[in-house]
Design a binder for this molecule. Sequence first.
Ligand code: DQA
Length: 149
Amino acid sequence: MNSILVLNGPNLNLLGTRQPEVYGSTTLAMIESACAEHGARLGLGITCLQSNHEGALIDAIHGARGTHDGIVLNAGAYTHTSVALMDAIASVALPLVEVHLSNIHAREAFRHRSYIAPVALGQICGFGAQGYLLALDALHAALSKAHPE
Ligand code: DQA
């Protein structure tokens, strides 16, 4: 069974109460259990992790090599600032889908730049919590193509 790490970065632990007009009212716990359910439907094992610390996110990405087959990442604001996260993703060479709840391209100019996008399979943004499930679909398809039954 393929295993996917669902990794969330800074401030996403506050989902549900954090700027609900931008990010909706779904909590991170609800997103994580929806990922587990959707993963079970797709035959994927799901491990979820959230950290507000850049180094902890980098450690989680390093640790995914040899443990997980792909990563779903919402790096929050580090998306727009972190060369270190980009380098970590490039170093482990695991398929990764970048997710954002909001449409970062329809927001402030500083959110249009993503350091994650160049090292990701693709980016899903603007679909709220459903984006995580779409990312699992995308990884499932990519992994099935890489290792057909
Ligand atoms: C976010 C978008 C980022 O610009 C922001 O800093 C976040 C959340 C999103 O999910 O829409 O923390 O990644």
